[in-house]
Design a protein around this ligand. Sequence first.
Ligand code: NI
Length: 183
Amino acid sequence: MILPIVAYGDTVLRKVGDNISADYEGLKDLVANMWETMYSAQGVGLAAPQVGKAINLFVVDTSGFEDEDYPDLKRVFINAEIIEEWGEEWAFEEGCLSIPHIREDVYRWSDIAIKYQDENFEWHEEEFDGIAARVIQHEYDHIKGKLFVDYLSPLKKRLLKNKLVNISKGGANTKYRMRIPKK
Ligand code: NI
């Protein structure tokens, strides 16, 4: 089932996602719905707060990128914790399904080590770089209540203010369904 994607301005996007256990009600359906929702909106990642659930869960599939330099990563991350970030800080133009039609350069570390559980609640500890690390960092931020626009300079933020207000009022024209924050 395709779920509406929560638009910028909703308080759920600012909550820290709770860790969950294997008996979290409806988890299997939720993960399936998140995949379906992400693909239908042509996203490469989706975090649970973006479908209205403040829990530590996100999905990533980087095969949507045309970049051949890195192997594709498709994975469910549950109870994730980034342990370390290092390497070089590099800029990449990010977007977000909750913040349509805005893309801006964000600097992040090139390499990460992350601990997480998969959909079977098996623990993993892995290192990622390139696009995979980038998408994971973006989705992980969602779990921490953080959005890519938070990284922008005060000037950039001011320039984008009207666009952001417009999104939060339901003014963004998207091909996918959005959930607009109530006043
Ligand atoms: Ni996002």
